[in-house]
Design a protein around this ligand. Sequence first.
Ligand SMILES: Cc1cc2nc3c(=O)[nH]c(=O)nc-3n(C[C@H](O)[C@H](O)[C@H](O)COP(=O)(O)OP(=O)(O)OC[C@H]3O[C@@H](n4cnc5c(N)ncnc54)[C@H](O)[C@@H]3O)c2cc1C
Length: 668
Amino acid sequence: MVCGLTSCLGSGAAGGLFSSAVQFFAATQCLVGETWPKDSVLQNGSRYDFIIVGAGTAGSALAARLSEVANFSVLLLEAGGDPPIEAIIPAFRETLKASSVDWNFTSVENNITSQALKRGIEQQPRGKMLGGSGSLNHMVYARGFPSDYHEWASIAGETWNWTNVLKYFMKTEHMTDTNIVNNPELMVYHGRGGAIEVSGTNEVMFSIKKFLQAFEELGFKTVPDMTYPNSIGAGCFSHTIRNGERDSSLRALLNNANSTSLHILKDTFVTKIIIENGTAIGIEAVKDDKTFLFYADREVILSAGTFNTPKLLMLSGVGRSEHLRSLGIDVVADLPVGSNLHDHAMVLAFLVADNGTCVSDEAENSMEAIKYLYDRTGFLAKADNMAAYLPLSSSEPTVPEFALYPTCIPQFSPFRSGCLTLGLNEDLCTELHNLNQEYELVTIAAVLLKPKSRGKVELNSINPFDDPLIYAGTFSEEQDLDHFPRLIKMAWSIADTNYFRSKNARVIKPWVEACSNLTESAWIKCMSRAMVTSAWHSVGTAAMGTVVDGDLKVLGINGLRVVDASVMPKIIRGNTNAPVVMIAEIAADLIKEHYSVSRTGTNLNNMTIGNLTASSMPNISQPNINLADVIENNDMINSSLIEVEITNVELITTTDRLSDIDDTVNVA
Ligand SMILES: Cc1cc2nc3c(=O)[nH]c(=O)nc-3n(C[C@H](O)[C@H](O)[C@H](O)COP(=O)(O)OP(=O)(O)OC[C@H]3O[C@@H](n4cnc5c(N)ncnc54)[C@H](O)[C@@H]3O)c2cc1C
């Protein structure tokens, strides 16, 4: 019997991590489950008000919100099926990559970057199931920073300014992280009573505590809330987890949506948008080897994600005319679809340390599975993630340009499979695997949050079942690479902090053929170019300002919108899932407004968050040390650098805020 990706009595997805527990767990995993939305029975040629393509992070939220309007009929089409059990249990998140619920996209080899990756290409996992990538991501809750949205507003209008997007972040959120809930100053920026739970762990892992200490020694302020605007330092993320299970727009919104106005077709592959006389009137889709046509009386909305949304647009004649003509596709609208692809660039730094450096007892405790099954607590229920955010310089000390994400890997861990899934090549994974037989491994992902480099997505052919060509474009702008020597040295300096020094931590420079015999900074640059990989946050391929307008309507085509990560004109400084939900929430309101659906009692637009407006963000005191210099000169690192002081925030209570958000919709 197979209940998920792990067969019930098999060796278990978590491999050697806690094998006896997994054996027990595997035998009983069918006790954990979820009722997913049922497939509708539909007639070929049926008509709906709205057709949404893709039930991922955005599509699930948008479909649920539109179905709040009783007389809107909505059809939601998803290429994948129900998520497996591993998509519910937080600790099994890693097992979903490179599985049957992953689209398993890769970038095109360019012979310039990623030579130390398998076949010289970046892995681009994306969820192919209800919930999309929101069903396989790491559940980190991040929003980006106010300046990200000031940029969006300057490109796409005030709908996207920080004050407005913050209201929507708060609308969807049910914050239960006690570190935040118990702090009124932090709660000013958080919602209670929204659909998606954002929780924390009462007890962070031993290794996370040690990393936080290390970053403090390195001069980072420890921050209690990684989403607090303009406050940067090191801290633990909150996660979208509810009662020990993944929470997502699928589980929190779509699963609870109005089932009378919403029709869902799973395992249905949309192959084309039907566009007639400049208006999108429906879609063509394949299910069970049969082709169906469905028609939209109001709009077709693409929520197929950063890679598949541009692919569908191009297959339907919306794209760069030169590219479309080269494939014999009639051009309906000449737009830079697929351009502007970008992502956070990620390079791993490695340390080894004595055994016992950061293994927590709980990971070895074979009672963990029983605990989980009993009351959804313990190691399996958690996703501990932390980061340290760094600014580029003191001129913008409240805006991070980089992040360091440390992880500890216990001795004898099944690191090799994770290493290969990440995309590092066999030799590198073998070298690291061998080290892990002797030591604990510490990996520190060094991430560039605002790359200047851009890639593109193109069609491989006119066959809709062919994967798109993904030209990642990483480090196509040399200045992106220039930051990495300082960043990797900063990551390495963890080895020189008190605790890690006492555990004999030392830097490992993995063997990268192309980089032998170079000086240190040159080696880091060379290694970074060879090992750089996607951080799984690709955005921008149907960007606001160039492909869609500020209302997310495709330029020059009627009845067609894009609502997903591809509309981000510039990537935000943080993980992208919550911002995609925010985009869907805003899109739902834009659509309701467009069709004159009034929202009585809804004061979202008048909602006050303290006394904040875009122009009255908290005052930030400016530290006067240039972090760039500090990274370069490690001896300066001990000074307290990243102190920011937030003032001028007027508190309102949670109850005040909730009474302002009334989501009742009335059909005019
Ligand atoms: C491995 C990984 C880890 C991540 N970790 C985090 C994290 O911890 N925190 C965070 O904030 N962000 C994280 N992200 C990023 C975040 O999950 C994504 O930005 C977000 O889910 C994107 O949402 P989307 O709606 O644009 O696309 P998706 O959620 O990918 O949805 C697209 C949907 O469309 C469907 N689809 C595509 N083509 C078709 C078609 N032709 N016909 C029908 N259906 C189609 C897909 O199957 C999918 O369900 C992670 C991403 C990955 C891949």
